[in-house]
Design a protein around this ligand. Structure first.
Ligand code: NAG
Ligand code: NAG
Ligand code: NAG
Length: 371
């Protein structure tokens, strides 16, 4: 402030003679008010916080006026549609930045690059459809990131690469159908993850992410809800309640496609995504008259075919076993009756033979006694 007063005085010395004129006083006061408050006229500032929210602004206020020690900058509820790449270059002391409830539809890749101390960034309720993979580069202290209520279709690989300190992340209310597990693996300290209100497709593309999510929960983390939109049979169901065995066919699919590269290639064909899910109970229970969607078209006939195949094989095996048993029983019966008959005949004949011998013996005795 004394510096400002000094410059004002120097200015006044140049323009007037011995005493301060009215012009000088005014100049001094203006300069004093303007620079000492160091706050864009529309904002409300304290020593560490500037609140410029709720003014329907279309362009950023003069942020260069803010003191270099400012820690919180609130810009919500305005009408920003884009930000200049240099918007925050001299605000490296920022800890919290709120850009929620605006109309931002894209962000320059390195707009936050200087904000090494930022821990809390909110981009909630904007119109972002994509994020540059370098957007968070330089944000080495980030702990909370809110990108909910936007139009994001993907989370690019690399976006979260250096976010080891991130503990809270919301991606709720976007247009996400699948997420790449590899994109989330760097988040080793994540505690809270919001994924609700997205059109999740619970097929092979989400399987690895489901596994990662289960690991996160096992570690004590929280995930709100991941309700499936597709396939139809799983609509409204949380993917965490879908048994992992339901995704076993993905391995088969991977090998059929000849490994990972083929798998991702197949994923770009709309119908190839939700293929051959072995959902026997749904396949049997639901009627054929329902509208056939992409996913069903593929996996249902296969499961039905499989079921028919199983029944046929079981029938054939059962038939063979039955025939063999009948044959064995018949053979046993015939053998037993033949043996019984033979035995009976043998018994009938044996006493006769015994009598004959006895007669012969007695005859011999009689002969010998005669002799
Ligand atoms: C940032 O600060 C530097 C030096 O302090 C200055 O030259 C530059 O114009 C400022 N940039 C912005 C965008 O305020
Ligand atoms: C960032 O935070 C560290 C530690 O709190 C502090 O020493 C440093 O001055 C801060 N950087 C800026 C630009 O404020
Ligand atoms: C989103 O932002 C718009 C425009 O600022 C606002 O009208 C709307 O109420 C906000 N919605 C939510 C859920 O915050």
């Amino acid at each position: 402030m004394w510096l400002i007063a000094g410059t004002a005085k120097r200015h006044c010395k140049g323009t007037t003679q011995n005493s301060l004129s009215v012009h000088c006083v005014l100049y001094f006061l203006l300069l004093h008010l303007h620079l000492c408050s160091s706050c864009p006229s529309i904002c409300v500032c304290s020593s560490t916080e500037a609140d410029c929210g709720g003014h329907d602004l279309i362009t950023l206020p003069a942020l260069s006026l803010l003191p270099s020690t400012i820690q919180t900058l609130l810009l919500p509820n305005n009408h920003f549609t884009s930000l200049p790449a240099s918007a925050f270059v001299n605000l490296s002391s920022l800890v919290r930045l709120d850009l929620s409830n605006n109309y931002l539809d894209n962000l320059p890749a390195h707009v936050f690059a200087e904000l090494a101390n930022l821990t809390d960034l909110s981009l909630r309720n904007n119109s972002l459809t994509a994020l540059d993979r370098d957007l968070l580069q330089g944000l080495g202290s980030l702990q909370r990131l809110d990108v909910s209520l936007n139009g994001l279709g993907t989370v690019p690989l690399g976006l979260l690469e250096h976010q080891h300190g991130l503990t809270w992340l919301s991606l709720a209310g976007n247009r996400l159908q699948a997420l790449n597990r590899a994109a989330f693996e760097p988040l080793e300290n994540l505690q809270h993850l919001e994924l609700g209100s997205n059109p999740w497709e619970c097929d092979c593309n989400l399987r690895d992410f489901k596994n990662w999510m289960e690991w996160l929960i096992y570690r004590g983390g929280y995930v709100d809800a991941v309700e499936c939109t597709l396939p139809k049979d799983l609509r409204g169901r949380d993917i965490r309640t879908v048994p992992v065995e339901m995704f076993n066919y993905c391995l088969q699919l991977d090998s059929e496609n000849g490994g990972g590269a083929g798998g991702t290639k197949g994923g770009s064909i709309p119908c190839a995504r939700a293929t051959t899910a072995p959902l026997p109970e749904t396949a049997v229970v639901q009627s054929e008259s329902e509208p056939v969607d992409c996913a069903r078209q593929r996996y249902r006939p296969v499961s039905v075919r499989r079921a028919i195949g199983t029944v046929v094989i079981a029938g054939v095996v059962c038939g063979i076993v039955c025939i063999m048993m009948v044959a064995a029983a018949a053979y046993g019966c015939i053998y037993a009756s033949l043996m019984a008959k033979y035995q009976r005949e043998l018994k009938k004949r044996q006493p006769l033979m015994g009598d004959a011998e006895a007669e012969a013996d007695s005859e011999e005795k009689q002969i010998s006694s005669v002799a």
